[in-house]
Design a protein around this ligand. Structure first.
Ligand SMILES: [Fe+2]
Ligand SMILES: [Fe+2]
Length: 327
């Protein structure tokens, strides 16, 4: 067994993820043979053969010294940002979506200030290619997502739709970028440890208690961002306001009218659309009981139109959104 590094305690190290292992050449990696004790797994300068990730022949948990963690985070972002650029120039929607989903997963796993800062360049490259070739954007919007609902994919979809909606509405570039970041993390409260995952996949109507637990994700998400020191108001509003309705019937605060920010309104709209078309809606089953049914584009737009007519969702944004979806 490797020699224990006695100077290291749990507070001095961080667990790393697969995407980070791929770019860990310049860093020493550690294992934990005993609780709270660490030993060197590999010195800096040694590359881990990535086939070992696929073969599952790496230790289940690898750690890095805390002082190296920020650099490793940046190296990983650099890596998939480069990958995304390649995918965007290939114009292959499958490739773009796969890489972008990895980016979402990594952001949700480590929502630090630096992670969100690094997203700027990534979202900018998405915007550039959407403007250069709107077909790429439309292909991504129209692409079917995996059968099984997954929060990471939903947040990825929400980001693509948010960027498209902001571009169509000709919002300033800075707002568009922040709203895109906000969409990526809008449901981060659902990925938090204390959140009941079974609520997301429930096949029946939620009880009042369960609904209350479900609604907690906006507060949870807001807390995660504040604890990470994320202060960009557009991002925090996206997380905190994406279930608010303009008529005051939403949650968590029942805000109404102009108290709901523009990015909050955009994400409320695209979130609702993706929840219906990808997540599905609980509906009664003939003969009793309930089941989750995905809505088609048309049906989802009709439901949104009803909410717009009732004054719950933004009319001007919907006008642009409907054009976008019908293309
Ligand atoms: Fe949500
Ligand atoms: Fe959502």
């Amino acid at each position: 067994m490797s020699k224990l590094l006695e100077e290291l305690a749990s507070d001095d190290v961080e667990l790393i993820r697969l995407e980070q292992i791929k770019v860990s050449t310049s860093y020493e990696l550690l294992i934990s043979p005993r609780l709270g004790k660490f030993a060197r797994y590999k010195p800096a300068g040694v590359t881990i053969d990535t086939s070992r990730i696929d073969n599952h022949t790496l230790p289940a948990r690898l750690y890095i010294r805390k002082e190296d963690s920020m650099n490793l985070l940046r190296a990983a972002q650099e890596n998939y940002s480069g990958q995304l650029k390649q995918d965007l120039s290939s114009k292959d929607p499958e490739k773009i979506k796969t890489t972008f989903t990895t980016i979402t997963a990594e952001t949700l796993a480590e929502p630090r200030g630096a992670t969100l800062e690094g997203l700027t360049r990534i979202i900018e490259s998405m915007i550039e290619s959407f403007l250069r070739d709107p077909k790429i954007m439309l292909n991504l919007i129209n692409m079917a997502s995996s059968d099984k609902y997954d929060t990471t994919i939903h947040c990825t979809n929400a980001c693509i739709l948010t960027l498209a909606c902001c571009l169509r509405s000709q919002f300033p570039r800075e707002i568009t970028i922040s709203a895109g970041k906000g969409a990526i993390v809008h449901d981060i409260g659902k990925t938090e440890e204390g959140f009941q995952q079974d609520l997301i996949h429930s096949e029946s109507r939620l009880t009042d208690l369960q609904y209350e637990a479900m609604r907690s994700h906006t507060d949870r998400g807001y807390r995660v961002l504040s604890n990470s020191g994320i202060t960009d108001g557009v991002i925090t509003q996206a997380v905190y306001q994406h279930h608010e309705k303009l008529d005051g019937s939403g949650y968590p605060r029942g805000l109404s009218g102009t108290n709901v920010s523009i990015p909050g309104r955009v994400i409320a709209l695209v979130n609702f659309y993706d929840r219906m078309t990808y997540g599905g809606v609980i509906v009664p089953r003939k003969g009793g009981g309930f089941f989750r049914r995905k809505h088609g584009k048309k049906e989802a737009l009709q439901k949104i139109a009803r909410d717009v007519a009732a004054g719950a969702l933004d009319r001007d944004l919907f006008k642009e959104f409907i054009q976008l979806i019908r293309q």
